[in-house]
Ligand binder design. Structure first.
Ligand SMILES: [Zn+2]
Length: 482
């Protein structure tokens, strides 16, 4: 169906402003040889074409009559068939000349000379599709659809013959019409592509860290990449550049789904940044799209995007890759990624510092920097706290000896030479959150109620886990604040 909307706001019927509870649909045809929508629908929206007499129905009393319908089906200026909605569907229309106005949506099919079967087939099909959609919207069935002449026989409409002076000329009737609507209503809707739900932030961080560390083997390099990806996308693989969401009329989720099911075809050249690295330039987006297709993956799939990022870096950025493998600080790696790979408009010092700081936080969180088994300078010190020098029970070059001493003295820790407690490991119970594994039927509200005693505290869980929507999926491990 080719549905457009041009509400007859000038018509007295619209201005009367009455609503109905929709209980049926009445099919009309215009009774005049004029298949052009512009005869009835105006003013010209650029598709309808110009009505030279300006006698369309978007006027107080069209032709001096109290008349108004909910829609018209006919030809646009270029000859294509379209439906125009001309009243809100639940507005009380003036189409039946009887009590059906209180219960029925009424639309007109523009008649031609009644002999052109090609035109008839097209508008008939358009009307069937319109009725099927309206049935779905208002909980009706095909049995609730009648034409004007049927309404007259039921005593709820004036004495008109439409549409039965026309349909039988092409082998159709209101019974065939209703059967066609029924068939559409019984057809299962095309299966919707469900975009891959993205995992919570903590899970994404871990996946990205492990992936990149497996490739690079250098924690500074990994942290440098991740700081940049966080600045670009918040580590959201389905992130559509925010400034384009409104422009393209898409959310992250709907964009992802529309690219996946092929209904959005401008992915490559729409100039919108997308994905973990906010790929923007058309040739890179094209390569990303082709890669996703070749892998049979959603465009928003995290693992696919990581593979693609690695493919780009290893094939096209060999200098950068070497830097990332050998970097000895996060800042070195981060700035290399910024200036050689991401190249945003602003690569100034403030941006460099911000991205490096993101990277440092990942390094701190995920890099397992193993203390050396034997120090050549300084000592492993065993104390209660670093500040409490008097509590020291020993100082060792060899880590194993320091650990053994700490084991013999409960309450003491092994400190590195610069004062970081490295043994025993912190008690996990002291972490700032608990973990809840989502099961079927869970909602954020219920989880907040169970753990925090108050369902309305669910935004705390969203924040801690970096969730953008309230949708959660079975199997997710959510951090719960203490
Ligand atoms: Zn009629």
């Amino acid at each position: 169906m080719n549905l457009h909307k041009l509400i007859f706001t000038e018509n007295a019927c619209y201005k009367a402003g009455r609503k109905i509870t929709v209980k049926g649909i009445m099919v009309h045809s215009t009774g005049a040889n004029n298949p052009w929508l512009k005869r009835y629908v105006g003013p010209n929206d650029g598709l309808l074409g110009q009505n030279q007499y300006n006698n369309h129905w978007n006027t107080y009393y069209p032709g001096g009559r109290e008349v108004c319908v909910h829609g018209f089906i006919g030809k646009l200026a270029d000859g294509t068939i379209a439906t125009y909605q001309t009243l809100p569907w639940d507005h009380r229309g003036w189409h039946a000349g009887g009590s059906a106005n209180n219960t029925h949506i009424g639309f007109e099919i523009c008649e031609d000379g009644l002999t052109d079967s090609t035109y008839f087939e097209k508008v008939y099909r358009e009307a069937v599709e319109l009725c099927a959609d309206l049935c779905k919207e208002y909980g009706l069935t095909e049995k609730d659809i009648i034409c004007h002449s049927e309404g007259y026989r039921k005593g709820i409409a004036s004495n008109h013959g439409d549409v039965m002076h026309w349909f039988p000329k092409h082998g159709k009737s209101m019974d065939t019409f209703r059967a066609a609507v029924k068939e559409l209503l019984n057809t299962e809707p095309k299966e919707e592509t469900i975009s891959t739900p993205i995992a919570p932030l903590a899970e994404r961080e871990k996946v990205i860290w492990d992936y990149l560390f497996g490739k690079l083997g250098n924690a500074y390099g990994v942290a440098g990449i991740m700081g940049n990806l966080n600045a670009e996308s918040g580590l959201r693989p389905n992130n559509l550049q925010n400034s384009y969401e409104k422009k393209l009329g898409h959310t992250d989720e709907s964009y992802n789904a529309a690219v996946d099911d092929g209904t959005y075809s401008s992915f490559v050249k729409d100039s919108a940044g997308y994905g973990l690295a906010q790929w923007t330039y058309w040739s890179r987006k094209q390569a990303l799209l082709e890669f996703a297709k070749s892998q049979g993956q959603s465009i928003g799939d995290l693992s696919m995007q990581l593979d693609f990022l690695w493919k780009e870096m290893s094939e096209n950025y060999s200098g950068l890759l070497k830097t990332l493998q050998t970097a000895t600080s996060v800042e070195e790696a981060s700035t290399a990624v910024l200036t050689k790979y991401e190249r945003p408009a602003d690569m100034g010092e403030a941006v460099q510092k911000k991205r490096a700081a993101f990277g440092e936080s990942y390094l701190k969180k995920y890099a397992k920097v193993e203390p050396p088994a034997k120090l050549t300078t300084g000592y492993y010190r065993v104390r209660k706290t670093w500040a409490d020098k008097k509590s020291q029970v020993g100082a060792y070059r060899i880590l194993a000896n320091a650990k053994a001493t700490a084991d013999k003295h409960p309450g003491t820790f092994v400190f590195s030479d610069d004062g970081v407690a490295i043994y025993p490991a912190e008690d996990t119970a002291e972490e700032a959150y608990r973990i809840h594994t989502v099961v079927k039927g869970d909602t954020l509200w219920e989880i907040a109620k169970a753990y925090l005693g108050d369902g309305s505290r669910y935004p705390e869980i969203k924040t801690l886990n970096g969730l953008k929507s309230n949708v959660i999926y079975t199997g997710w491990k959510l951090k719960i604040p203490n």
